[in-house]
Design a protein around this ligand. Structure first.
Ligand code: F6P
Length: 353
């Protein structure tokens, strides 16, 4: 029986979303001869009963492929609003559109919401993880993360030269509201001297001592600090975590001020906030590959009528897991005892206490 499949992208955008759309449309059309439609702006499109026709015409193998290297999402996305307050209208919209199954590409928050809607509406849902924060449980890869890490490493590569030329400490604030995967991966790959992440408490004096030691003992007069936006802003008393709070922005600036104080203004700092630059851009080869495999397997799952599953990358291949299990274990945080943290420490990177 010919199926009509919907696909939507939800939550903050990231590079690689268009690659999933491309692969799903291509496989559904070529292999199964199904119809596949895009739902613009995720649940908003369902609520408004809007669909976008998607076909391989225009991005087949004989022409210039517009979706493979295009960042963002051609379907649009939303990451704000009280979606569940409009559940009835969204469920009615889903029925009106007349889908046999839905592929939702989303992160921690948006997959949770869409899964709740799917349970209420008895939808045939297949979920695909995307997030530059890399905080979806049980998957070693999430679409967008690799590109974001590369973008941050590129920024560090640039900062290093100007840092060295002026003997400065450069502080780079990166995204990651509740997790430090982005800061940790890019900090190690970029050669940072200090990495501050939400999962590990830090000590201002300990960090300053580290910078001073680099300068005095190792004659390294410049340094790179990567700060996740979600770190706690603490008092100097690291033994008293109750004095820590999380603020929405300005962590990089906060760290700069603390370094100025504890070094008696001898250390010259500059702060860069990378912001949405790390969410945009052309998807890396790894993100393209992951997205393409996820898109292909999502269609095969629908062919097997295996629903309520999220695709994940484990041990070099795509596996499927019940969405509820993933949601129960989100967000996936950096393991303070994990190999990456231990590797950072063994390289002499200050990464907290
Ligand atoms: O969840 C992904 C993310 O990029 C976070 O790292 C960041 O804090 C947030 O989205 C930014 O959201 P917005 O695009 O709404 O500013």
């Amino acid at each position: 029986m010919k199926k009509r499949i919907g696909i939507l992208t939800s939550g903050g955008d990231c590079p690689g979303l268009n690659c999933v759309i491309r692969a799903a449309v291509s496989h559904a059309t070529r292999t199964y001869n199904w119809e596949i439609v895009g739902i613009p702006y995720a649940t908003q499109g369902l609520l408004e009963r809007k669909t976008v026709p998607l076909s391989i015409h225009g991005w087949d193998l004989r022409g210039i492929d517009p979706l493979l290297n295009m960042g963002g999402t051609i379907l649009g996305s939303i990451n704000k609003g009280d979606t569940l307050a409009h559940a009835d209208e969204i469920l009615a919209g889903y029925e009106a559109i007349g889908l046999d199954a839905l592929i939702a590409v989303g992160g921690d928050g948006s997959l949770n919401i869409i899964h709740q809607l799917a349970v209420l509406g008895n939808w045939n849902l297949v979920a695909i993880p995307k997030t530059i924060d890399h905080d979806v449980a049980f998957t070693e890869r999430s679409i967008g993360f690799d590109t974001a890490v590369n973008t941050i490493v590129d920024a560090i590569n640039r900062l290093i030269f100007t840092a060295a030329s002026h003997d400065r400490v450069m502080i780079l604030e990166v995204m990651g509201r509740s997790t430090g995967h982005l800061a940790l991966h890019s900090g190690i790959a970029g050669g940072a001297d200090v990495i501050l992440i939400p999962e590990l408490p830090y000590n201002i004096q300990g960090m300053c001592n580290h910078l001073t030691e680099l300068r005095d003992c190792w004659q390294k007069k410049f340094a790179i600090i990567v700060v996740a936006e979600g770190i706690s802003v603490c008092s100097e008393d690291a033994n008293n975590p109750s004095t820590c709070t999380t603020t929405k922005c300005g962590q990089g600036q906060y760290i700069a001020e603390k370094i100025a104080n504890c070094s008696h203004h001898l250390i010259d700092t500059r702060v860069s906030v990378l912001g949405h630059i790390q969410r945009g851009g052309i998807p890396s080869a790894l993100d393209r590959l992951t997205a393409t495999m996820f898109g292909k397997v999502a269609i095969d799952l629908i062919a097997q009528e295996k629903y309520d599953q999220m695709l994940a990358w484990q041990n070099g291949k795509v596996v499927t897991l019940p969405i509820q299990d993933v949601i129960n274990n989100n967000p996936s945080l950096v393991d303070p005892q994990g190999d990456l943290v231990q590797t950072a420490r063994s390289l002499g990177i200050y990464i907290g206490e």
